[in-house]
Design a protein around this ligand. Structure first.
Ligand code: NDP
Length: 328
């Protein structure tokens, strides 16, 4: 099916950034269409308590927060397609086309908000103990581990950043890394090494997260990468900080990406290298990655799209298409 209508804006991705963009675009009378994904809600959909989203002093559950974002976008007339985009055809200043299976949607602007997924170790217990001791976000969940011994797995900047944050709450924190050398910048490593309750254990690989009788994480089974000797690391919390994978697969080759796969934008705007194509949220941001920063960039994305539509007269092709649409 081809939808004859040329939308003002299609937002791809239903989570903090995409829904915020929809609220702003809808209130600007742009009648946004959000293709939110089959599993909308992004990373917050797998999160329990969110304590750092302003406006909720008692905290709020991640899925509930996403329901509220979505409801707010709906209230102002946003339309949703609860399915996954399967193909993009992006142009520089022309009509942007997005497919969901055989269904084709066209728009003058597209806001990309496909987010990023934390990388997983793929070991037993990792998924089962999510929310019961195993986390992929130190800044989000660190405060729940007050007075416990915890481990942060990874050797990059995220692992260092998470360690420094979580060490404020934890009793003792171990950074566990599979090599003796760290990928993290020297300055971040030095800062982490200066923290009294942070220790480093290398080269070790985690094999399994093991629950105690109460069903929560009790220890991590780890193996020395060189000797092959196994041991148990007794911890009440484990943070997997081995990187993220941005959801840029379907636009790779069409728009400019950084080497790490994140979409390049002309900061502080959300403009990509293609006129009329904007990118927001964790698809762009590999530094802050917070719900509130993603929401903030959603605002910028919607305003950028609004200004683009205001300042860019329709092309001849668009005028012809609109005339055809009016005849139907
Ligand atoms: P990185 O890709 O930089 O590091 C990932 C780390 O996880 C590496 O040390 C890697 O080990 C390890 N790892 C990957 N897969 C596995 C696995 N299966 N088992 C065990 N260990 C694994 O990701 P980051 O998220 O740390 O950083 C991403 C980007 O964001 C970087 O450009 C970084 O500089 C930036 N960033 C900047 C911050 C800041 O400036 N404040 C804060 C956070 C991130 P190995 O080294 O052996 O490959």
């Amino acid at each position: 099916m081809t939808d004859k209508r040329i939308e003002n804006v299609i937002i791809v991705g239903g989570a903090c950034a995409g829904y915020t963009a929809a609220v702003y675009a809808a209130r600007a009378d742009l009648e946004p269409l959000v293709i939110e994904g089959f599993q909308w809600g992004g990373q917050l959909q797998n999160t329990t308590e969110v304590e750092n989203y302003p406006g909720f002093p008692e905290g709020i559950m991640g899925p509930e927060l996403m329901n509220r974002f979505r409801a707010q976008a709906e209230r102002f007339g946003t339309r949703f397609i609860t399915d996954d985009v399967t193909r993009f055809e992006l142009t520089d200043g022309g009509i942007q086309t997005v497919w969901v299976g055989d269904d084709e949607y066209r728009a003058r602007t597209v806001i990309l908000a496909m987010g990023a997924q934390p990388k997983r170790l793929g070991i037993p217990g990792e998924m089962e103990l999510g929310g019961r001791g195993v986390s992929t976000c130190g800044v989000c969940d660190g405060a729940f581990f007050k007075g416990r011994d915890v481990v942060v797995i990874g050797g990059g900047d995220t692992a260092m950043e998470d360690s420094m944050f979580v060490s404020k709450y934890a009793d003792k924190l171990t950074v566990l890394h599979r090599r003796d050398e760290f990928r993290a910048s020297m300055v971040m490593q030095d800062r982490a090494r200066e923290v009294e309750n942070i220790g480093f254990k290398t080269p070790y690989v985690p094999d399994e997260f093991v629950a105690g009788e109460d069903g929560a994480l009790d220890h991590v089974r780890i193996t020395h990468a060189e000797t092959g000797e196994s041991e148990e690391l007794k911890v009440g919390g484990a943070f997997v900080a081995i990187g993220h994978i941005p959801g840029s697969e379907l636009v790779a080759g069409q728009i400019d990406l950084h080497d790490n796969g994140y979409v390049k934008v002309a900061e502080p705007s959300t403009r990509t290298n293609l006129a009329g194509v904007f990118a927001i949220g964790d698809l762009v941001d590999f530094t802050y990655r917070q719900a509130v920063t993603a929401a903030g960039s959603g605002t910028r994305g919607a305003l950028d799209a609004e200004w683009y539509l205001r300042d860019t007269p329709p092309t001849d092709e668009e005028k012809i298409e609109a005339a055809e649409e009016a005849r139907i």
